[in-house]
Design a protein around this ligand. Sequence first.
Ligand SMILES: C[S@@+](CC[C@H](N)C(=O)[O-])C[C@H]1O[C@@H](n2cnc3c(N)ncnc32)[C@H](O)[C@@H]1O
Length: 147
Amino acid sequence: MAGRVCGIDKSEQFVAEAQRRATAAGLAVELRPGDAQALPYPDHGFDIVRAERVLVYLSDPAKALAEMRRVAKPGGRIAIIEPDFGTNAINVRDRALTRAVLDHECDANIPQGWLVRDLGAMLRDQGFTDTEVATRVVVFTPELAAG
Ligand SMILES: C[S@@+](CC[C@H](N)C(=O)[O-])C[C@H]1O[C@@H](n2cnc3c(N)ncnc32)[C@H](O)[C@@H]1O
Protein backbone atom coordinates (compact mmCIF):
# COMPACT_ATOMS: atom_id res chain seq x y z
CA MET A 1 0.00 0.00 0.00
CA ALA A 2 1.42 3.41 -0.96
CA GLY A 3 1.30 6.40 1.32
CA ARG A 4 3.21 9.06 3.13
CA VAL A 5 3.56 9.22 6.91
CA CYS A 6 4.62 12.45 8.62
CA GLY A 7 5.01 13.29 12.28
CA ILE A 8 6.00 16.10 14.60
CA ASP A 9 6.95 16.55 18.23
CA LYS A 10 8.04 19.70 20.04
CA SER A 11 11.18 17.96 21.32
CA GLU A 12 14.11 17.61 18.91
CA GLN A 13 15.41 14.75 21.07
CA PHE A 14 12.10 12.85 20.83
CA VAL A 15 12.03 13.39 17.08
CA ALA A 16 15.58 12.04 16.76
CA GLU A 17 14.74 8.98 18.87
CA ALA A 18 11.52 8.34 16.93
CA GLN A 19 13.47 8.65 13.68
CA ARG A 20 16.09 6.21 14.96
CA ARG A 21 13.40 3.66 15.89
CA ALA A 22 11.54 4.10 12.59
CA THR A 23 14.71 3.62 10.58
CA ALA A 24 15.62 0.53 12.64
CA ALA A 25 12.14 -0.87 11.92
CA GLY A 26 12.49 -0.14 8.22
CA LEU A 27 9.66 2.41 8.24
CA ALA A 28 9.78 5.40 5.90
CA VAL A 29 8.36 8.24 7.99
CA GLU A 30 9.07 11.97 7.75
CA LEU A 31 9.60 13.36 11.25
CA ARG A 32 10.47 16.89 12.26
CA PRO A 33 10.21 19.20 15.26
CA GLY A 34 6.99 21.20 15.38
CA ASP A 35 4.19 22.59 17.51
CA ALA A 36 0.86 20.75 17.57
CA GLN A 37 -0.81 24.16 17.90
CA ALA A 38 0.76 25.39 14.63
CA LEU A 39 1.31 22.34 12.45
CA PRO A 40 4.02 22.76 9.77
CA TYR A 41 1.83 21.33 7.01
CA PRO A 42 -0.39 22.85 4.32
CA ASP A 43 -4.18 22.67 4.41
CA HIS A 44 -6.06 19.45 3.62
CA GLY A 45 -3.08 17.21 2.89
CA PHE A 46 -3.78 14.12 5.01
CA ASP A 47 -6.38 11.34 4.93
CA ILE A 48 -5.74 10.54 8.60
CA VAL A 49 -4.45 12.77 11.40
CA ARG A 50 -3.55 11.24 14.76
CA ALA A 51 -2.33 12.55 18.10
CA GLU A 52 -1.42 10.39 21.08
CA ARG A 53 -0.72 11.73 24.58
CA VAL A 54 0.00 15.25 23.37
CA LEU A 55 -3.11 17.40 23.83
CA VAL A 56 -3.07 17.06 27.62
CA TYR A 57 0.29 18.87 27.66
CA LEU A 58 -0.81 21.88 25.59
CA SER A 59 -1.78 25.36 26.70
CA ASP A 60 -4.41 25.52 23.93
CA PRO A 61 -5.69 22.07 22.96
CA ALA A 62 -8.60 23.61 20.99
CA LYS A 63 -6.02 25.23 18.72
CA ALA A 64 -4.42 21.81 18.15
CA LEU A 65 -7.82 20.36 17.25
CA ALA A 66 -8.35 23.19 14.77
CA GLU A 67 -4.92 22.48 13.30
CA MET A 68 -5.69 18.77 12.96
CA ARG A 69 -8.88 19.69 11.16
CA ARG A 70 -7.05 22.15 8.92
CA VAL A 71 -4.46 19.65 7.70
CA ALA A 72 -6.99 16.83 7.21
CA LYS A 73 -8.67 16.36 3.87
CA PRO A 74 -12.42 17.04 3.81
CA GLY A 75 -14.01 13.81 5.02
CA GLY A 76 -10.70 12.71 6.54
CA ARG A 77 -10.45 10.88 9.83
CA ILE A 78 -8.92 12.13 13.07
CA ALA A 79 -7.84 9.95 16.00
CA ILE A 80 -6.96 11.35 19.41
CA ILE A 81 -5.68 9.15 22.23
CA GLU A 82 -5.33 10.94 25.57
CA PRO A 83 -5.17 9.83 29.20
CA ASP A 84 -7.56 11.03 31.90
CA PHE A 85 -5.26 12.03 34.74
CA GLY A 86 -8.27 12.25 37.07
CA THR A 87 -8.75 8.47 37.02
CA ASN A 88 -5.14 7.36 37.35
CA ALA A 89 -4.52 4.78 40.06
CA ILE A 90 -1.25 3.51 41.46
CA ASN A 91 -0.69 0.52 43.68
CA VAL A 92 0.70 2.23 46.79
CA ARG A 93 -0.60 1.53 50.34
CA ASP A 94 -0.46 5.08 51.70
CA ARG A 95 -3.83 6.43 50.55
CA ALA A 96 -3.30 10.04 51.58
CA LEU A 97 0.08 10.21 49.91
CA THR A 98 -1.26 8.49 46.80
CA ARG A 99 -4.18 10.94 46.53
CA ALA A 100 -1.86 13.91 47.07
CA VAL A 101 0.56 12.77 44.37
CA LEU A 102 -2.17 11.94 41.84
CA ASP A 103 -4.04 15.19 42.53
CA HIS A 104 -0.84 17.19 42.11
CA GLU A 105 -0.08 15.42 38.85
CA CYS A 106 -3.59 16.04 37.52
CA ASP A 107 -4.18 19.58 38.77
CA ALA A 108 -0.72 21.17 38.80
CA ASN A 109 1.71 19.18 36.71
CA ILE A 110 -0.43 18.38 33.66
CA PRO A 111 -1.94 21.45 31.93
CA GLN A 112 -5.12 19.63 30.80
CA GLY A 113 -5.51 16.74 33.27
CA TRP A 114 -9.27 16.41 32.64
CA LEU A 115 -9.16 17.13 28.91
CA VAL A 116 -10.85 13.92 27.82
CA ARG A 117 -13.98 14.84 29.77
CA ASP A 118 -14.40 17.91 27.53
CA LEU A 119 -13.09 16.38 24.33
CA GLY A 120 -16.42 15.32 22.82
CA ALA A 121 -17.90 18.80 23.33
CA MET A 122 -14.70 20.47 22.06
CA LEU A 123 -14.83 18.41 18.87
CA ARG A 124 -18.49 19.24 18.29
CA ASP A 125 -17.85 22.95 19.01
CA GLN A 126 -15.20 22.92 16.29
CA GLY A 127 -17.59 21.45 13.76
CA PHE A 128 -16.36 17.87 13.76
CA THR A 129 -19.10 15.44 12.81
CA ASP A 130 -19.51 11.71 13.35
CA THR A 131 -17.52 11.82 16.59
CA GLU A 132 -17.04 8.95 19.01
CA VAL A 133 -15.41 8.92 22.44
CA ALA A 134 -14.36 5.53 23.77
CA THR A 135 -12.74 4.58 27.08
CA ARG A 136 -10.01 2.03 27.66
CA VAL A 137 -8.23 0.87 30.80
CA VAL A 138 -4.46 0.77 30.39
CA VAL A 139 -2.32 -1.07 32.93
CA PHE A 140 1.34 -0.10 33.11
CA THR A 141 3.23 -3.04 34.57
CA PRO A 142 6.72 -2.43 36.00
CA GLU A 143 8.15 -4.24 32.97
CA LEU A 144 6.24 -1.98 30.57
CA ALA A 145 7.09 1.18 32.51
CA ALA A 146 10.78 0.26 32.40
CA GLY A 147 10.71 -0.19 28.61
C1 LIG B 1 3.81 11.39 26.67
S1 LIG B 1 4.79 11.99 25.30
C2 LIG B 1 3.99 11.16 23.95
C3 LIG B 1 4.89 11.03 22.76
C4 LIG B 1 4.27 10.29 21.56
N1 LIG B 1 3.13 11.04 21.03
C5 LIG B 1 3.89 8.89 21.89
O1 LIG B 1 2.70 8.57 21.86
O2 LIG B 1 4.77 8.07 22.18
C6 LIG B 1 4.23 13.68 25.14
C7 LIG B 1 4.90 14.41 24.01
O3 LIG B 1 4.25 15.64 23.75
C8 LIG B 1 5.22 16.50 23.22
N2 LIG B 1 4.71 17.87 23.20
C9 LIG B 1 4.45 18.68 24.26
N3 LIG B 1 3.99 19.87 23.83
C10 LIG B 1 3.96 19.82 22.48
C11 LIG B 1 3.57 20.75 21.46
N4 LIG B 1 3.15 21.98 21.75
N5 LIG B 1 3.65 20.35 20.18
C12 LIG B 1 4.10 19.11 19.85
N6 LIG B 1 4.48 18.18 20.78
C13 LIG B 1 4.41 18.55 22.07
C14 LIG B 1 6.43 16.28 24.13
O4 LIG B 1 7.63 16.74 23.55
C15 LIG B 1 6.37 14.76 24.29
O5 LIG B 1 7.18 14.09 23.34
